[in-house]
Design a protein around this ligand. Structure first.
Ligand SMILES: Cc1cc2nc3c(=O)[nH]c(=O)nc-3n(C[C@H](O)[C@H](O)[C@H](O)COP(=O)(O)OP(=O)(O)OC[C@H]3O[C@@H](n4cnc5c(N)ncnc54)[C@H](O)[C@@H]3O)c2cc1C
Length: 586
């Protein structure tokens, strides 16, 4: 509805679930909720989605597998779907193509309203609940007000905290508050800083770089953190060009951007002009003008995740997400830390995986507010691990699935605690991994006779969809192999679900670190072509034929009454065999 007569138009939207902030956490939250039938609005202040992982910032998405140092631990669910799409369509690793994939995925959801270039700046409360949020859309000079029953703040900076009175924290907790051995003795409001990256490209001829006179100058190697070894690559800039931890990491952002550009360009000037780095033919291709942030406000939820929760593995009954990244605690002095005699960061080990509870994603004092990503309810120490975007993505998916359930049942986010098993099973069905939680399969799947052309097919219905420890939890197939469920009497089938091989032991992270071993095409082990067949008398007939698959989770709608159903692998993307992690029926 558009109102006339005001200086600027105002638009109102009525949805079930409103997400503020379209970083990876927000994208996954919005997609999960929309796919579960909720009417969703995503209000995002930039033209491109993905937050720090967008083309505006170009930070690679890390998670529990720590760049595949822990194979089979990477995040599946929506993030895996996005990354597999990216492998298929973006062999050049262009961040703009990645932007496009995120945009298309959200646009493809019919019940999702995407409000880009729209910065949330107001909220209206009714009692202890948020009634609506309002944002200013820069491109259309329009105020958008979104009313919803559940809201999720995935803005990184927890913009809804000051707008709604939701409890939040900034900075370090004192060691004694949560008995965190790596927290400082006294609390302070210092945070991790923000960074401006750059990207350079190699040309055929020498490329001079004339330094502007306003940038920093670093004549010798030891003026830079990590000395000569710290700036040997030029494709993705340096995370240690970091400032802001000793400032206000929200209000001082513009000032810090100016300082970060001086340092980033100073480092580039050092590489090009101060000593022989072998970079003669390299030139700047891109410079980050929007600083990427690491830390600002963190909400206080029903549970505050701590160092000890992480260290002890986080075996919460209400586990809905997981992490595994180290507690990677950057020094607040950032770029200046080395000069002061401190490491720029310390990687305190964390178990891989550890669980994250649902209660850390729900506000303690605002009834219908949830959150995911770096503003989730964690101590500073715990957040130094959970902040990575793979972990934020799975938190976001859990929040979206929970919000859709809450909207469907007319419950508040806190009341979903009473249906946590249902939420966990929904997430497992959507191919999220919840360590120590096993998927409950249909009686139809479990009671059928399972017959395979090779080996035991039982891992197909063991409720675990990835290798855990040394157990692959998979049936290994070669092209031509089949696995069939046979029934004593004809059964009605509506859906067949397959969880296929997407090389969980390979790196599929998109990164400008071109020296890495990340894949840039669909994994060779992934089934490219396969069929689903139904048993009719004594013969099998095709009910579904897939010719160009590149996804791990495949759900096929069918409408059949049959005595048997089988999966036939026709072709992989090149490997002689392929793992099938799940094949089940509904
Ligand atoms: C230099 C650097 C290197 C890093 N390295 C890694 C790494 O290798 N791997 C990794 O996974 N993580 C890394 N991190 C950490 C990670 O990028 C952040 O913790 C992460 O971005 C958190 O994700 P998020 O979705 O919570 O927030 P964000 O990515 O910040 O997304 C939040 C989005 O919300 C939008 N938003 C903010 N306010 C509003 C508003 N008022 N209205 C509407 N929208 C709003 C923002 O524009 C933003 O796009 C790094 C961070 C930095 C700075």
């Amino acid at each position: 509805m558009t109102r006339k007569g005001k200086a600027f138009p105002e638009m109102e939207h009525e949805v079930d679930f409103c997400v503020v902030g379209g970083g990876m956490a927000g994208v996954c939250a919005a997609l999960a909720a929309a796919r579960h039938g909720a009417k969703v609005a995503l209000m995002h202040d930039r033209p491109v989605l993905g937050g720090n992982a967008s083309s505006e910032c170009r930070v690679h998405i890390s998670g529990a597998d720590i760049h595949n140092h822990h194979p089979h631990m990477r995040e599946t669910g929506i993030l895996e779907e996005l990354r597999l799409e990216n492998l298929r369509r973006n062999p050049q690793r262009s961040f703009s193509v990645w932007d496009l994939i995120l945009y298309e995925k959200l646009k493809a959801e019919p019940n999702l309203t995407l409000l880009l270039n729209c910065s949330c700046l107001d909220a209206a409360m009714e009692g202890g609940r948020i009634a609506s949020v309002t944002g200013w859309q820069l491109t259309t000079q329009t105020r958008h007000t979104v009313r919803a029953s559940v809201f999720a703040d995935c803005s990184g900076d927890a913009v809804l905290a000051p707008l709604t009175g939701a409890n939040f924290r900034v900075g370090h907790e004192a060691r004694a508050e949560f008995s965190e051995s790596i927290a400082p003795e006294t609390a302070d409001d210092r945070t991790m800083g923000m960074t401006c990256l750059f990207q350079a490209r190699q040309y055929d001829s020498p490329q001079p770089f004339e330094p502007p006179d306003w940038i920093r100058r670093f004549d010798s190697e030891d003026e830079l953190p990590y000395g000569a070894d710290g700036h040997r690559w030029w494709e993705m800039g340096y995370w240690w060009v970091e400032l802001g931890g000793e400032h206000d990491s929200i209000r001082d952002t513009e000032l810090l951007r100016d300082e970060l550009l001086k340092i980033a360009l100073g480092v580039w000037d050092h590489v090009k002009n101060r000593g022989d780095h072998g970079a003669d033919r390299w030139a700047l291709e891109w410079l980050q003008f929007l600083p990427a942030k690491r830390e600002s406000r963190r909400y206080v939820g029903e549970h505050v995740l701590t160092q000890n929760d992480i260290a002890s593995g986080g075996r919460f009954d209400d586990l809905v997400a997981y992490g595994g990244w180290t507690m990677d605690d950057h020094h607040p002095a950032g770029f200046r830390a080395a000069k002061l005699g401190y490491p720029a960061t310390i990687f305190h080990p964390a178990p891989v995986p550890y669980g994250i509870p649902y209660r850390s994603l729900c506000s303690k004092n605002v009834e219908n507010l949830m959150f995911a990503g770096r503003c989730a309810s964690c101590t500073h120490v715990a957040m130094s691990s959970t902040r990575v975007m793979g972990t934020g993505s799975v938190m976001g998916q859990a929040v979206g699935a929970a919000a859709a359930l809450a909207a469907r049942l007319g419950l508040s986010p806190a009341e979903i605690m009473g249906r946590i098993r249902e939420l966990q099973q929904t997430l497992l069905e959507d191919d999220c991994y919840l360590p120590w939680v096993v998927e409950e399969l249909s009686v139809l799947t479990k009671s059928a006779r399972l017959v395979t052309s090779r080996g035991s097919g039982e891992p197909l219905r063991d409720g675990i969809r990835r290798q855990v420890g040394s157990d692959p939890h998979a049936w290994v197939a070669r092209p031509g192999d089949h696995a069939a469920y046979l029934f004593d009497s004809p059964q009605r089938l509506r859906r067949v679900t397959l969880v296929l091989d997407s090389a969980m032991d390979k790196l599929i992270q998109m990164s400008y670190h071109q020296a890495d071993d990340a894949l840039t095409a669909p994994p060779a082990v992934t089934p490219r072509a396969f069929r689903i067949q139904s048993l009719s008398g004594n013969s099998w007939r095709d009910v579904s034929r897939v010719a160009d698959n590149y996804q791990r989770l495949v759900r096929l709608s069918v409408d059949l009454v049959t005595q048997g159903i089988r999966f036939v692998l026709d072709e992989t993307w090149g490997a002689p065999d392929s793992r099938v992690y799940a094949f089940y029926l509904a």
